[in-house]
Design a protein. Structure first.
Length: 187
């Protein structure tokens, strides 16, 4: 079965495992940041719900944002996460990693799941990476990544709230755009 064609049919744990295995096999062949970014765009991002991630990260302020501001926040946050993920792949990966995904006992009626995994590297201590996922019309989507018990989305929430208090929703969009330009120049 083709990975992308069958993605909607995969269980959350199978989706995480197949995506991780595919990403690791490509990382073993290249460290080129442009290729890694393409890898992230094609193989990883389709399985993320950026709207929900952004909504959770922005928190209570999400309801105050206009639809145009919500879209701008989602796009800027997505870009930030792509830069962050691509950079971490380029720096942290040695090509010797493996990912162990724990089986998930999921009832057909459940619409939320946490897939627990362990990233292993022979030269480092294992790192726990958990994926909070929701069932959507397009299959299972990740809406939070928890690394060593630290939620990516929650981690951004406090800095986003501070920026919004300082300069409003538009100020957060400008700050994210500025950070994204900075990261793009250093790539």
């Amino acid at each position: 079965m083709s990975f992308t064609a069958g993605a909607a049919e995969l269980t959350p744990s199978d989706l995480v495992k197949s995506t991780a295995d595919e990403v690791l096999s490509i990382i073993r062949t290249t460290k080129d940041k442009r290729m890694l970014r393409e890898l992230v765009e094609k193989k990883v991002l389709p399985h993320f719900d950026f709207r929900l991630m952004t909504q959770i990260a922005v928190g209570q302020h999400w309801r105050q944002a206009t639809p145009a501001q919500q879209k701008a926040l989602e796009d800027a946050f997505r870009t930030l996460l792509v830069h962050t993920y691509t950079a971490s792949l380029a720096v942290a990966s040695t090509g010797k990693e493996s990912v162990d995904v724990r089986p998930l006992d999921l009832k057909p009626s459940e619409s939320d799941a946490i897939v627990r995994s362990m990233v292993r590297n022979p030269s480092r201590a294992p790192i726990s990476v958990d994926y909070r996922m929701a069932r959507t019309a397009g299959g299972w989507k990740v809406y939070d990544v928890i690394v060593e018990n630290l939620s990516l989305v929650t981690n951004y929430r406090s800095s986003f709230a501070s920026e919004i208090r300082r300069s409003g929703i538009e100020g957060l969009v400008r700050a994210l755009d500025s950070k994204n330009r900075e990261l793009a120049q250093s790539a």
